[in-house]
Design a protein around this ligand. Structure first.
Ligand SMILES: *Cc1c(COP(=O)(O)O)cnc(C)c1O
Length: 216
């Protein structure tokens, strides 16, 4: 078992090494023992999409883990993760940004975050449209929220076999990203991280390819 996670981790890492790309191991639904196998293999960045799980795992596991909140974040749960979260990937509205800023301000912390951009054809995915983002930034929207440090963008491509479409969507996000002086472009999951990297991703969020299929 442990050799499986170890070797899958090495496989993903070896394909991103030359690209200066950070791997966030998405451990959602997975037990602490499996997370510790990846940890023992050297992995330190982990991602969860449920606040309750993120908090419980952060309490139970080693303190040098960098926890990434990768899914849709409800405003009423922001306060639970603000004290320790390393990076919030899914800032998908100004309301959420405002709430994170408020809670971070209360404890004198600056929280790192990514603005989520809606790039997929599916309308189930959260995020700013490209136009909304450009408008928000050009109106100096970020300066209103000094306790949130926006480091870049995050996006999810359409769930499709059409690699050309996925590449096109990632490329759109990269073009937006390049307009600003940002550090982090979070795009790519188990099924499409190679395409994402080819399009300029520098942070991928990979679960299944490391931990195996999830049983919900
Ligand atoms: C679950 C999840 C991932 C990882 O998905 P895999 O296909 O298992 O690699 C990445 N990003 C987000 C936002 C997720 O919710």
């Amino acid at each position: 078992m442990s050799s499986t996670i170890h070797s899958r981790l090495q496989t993903v890492k070896s394909s991103i090494e030359v690209h200066k790309c950070t791997l966030v191991a998405v451990s959602k639904t997975k037990p602490n023992e499996l997370i510790m196998e990846a940890y023992d293999a050297g992995q330190r960045d982990f991602g969860e999409n449920k606040v309750q799980d993120l908090v419980a795992k952060a309490e139970a596991l080693p303190k040098d883990i960098k926890w990434h909140m990768i899914g849709h974040l409800q405003r009423n749960k922001v306060k639970y993760i603000v004290p320790f979260v390393h990076l919030v990937h899914g800032i998908d509205s100004e309301k959420l940004l405002k709430e994170i800023n408020k809670e971070a301000g209360k404890i004198n912390r600056t929280v790192n975050g990514l603005l989520q951009v809606h790039i997929a054809k599916e309308d189930t995915k959260f995020g700013f449209s490209g136009e909304e983002l450009e408008e928000f930034i050009s109106n100096d929207g970020l300066s209103k929220y000094p306790n949130v440090k926006i480091e870049g963008l995050m996006g999810m491509a359409t769930f499709t076999e059409d690699k050309g479409q996925v590449a096109e969507e990632f490329s759109m996000l990269k073009t937006l990203f390049d307009q600003y002086n940002w550090d982090t472009l979070s795009m790519g999951m188990s099924g499409d991280y190679q395409i994402a990297i080819a399009q300029g991703s520098n942070m991928i969020r990979v679960g299944t390819a490391i931990f195996g299929e999830r049983n919900y």
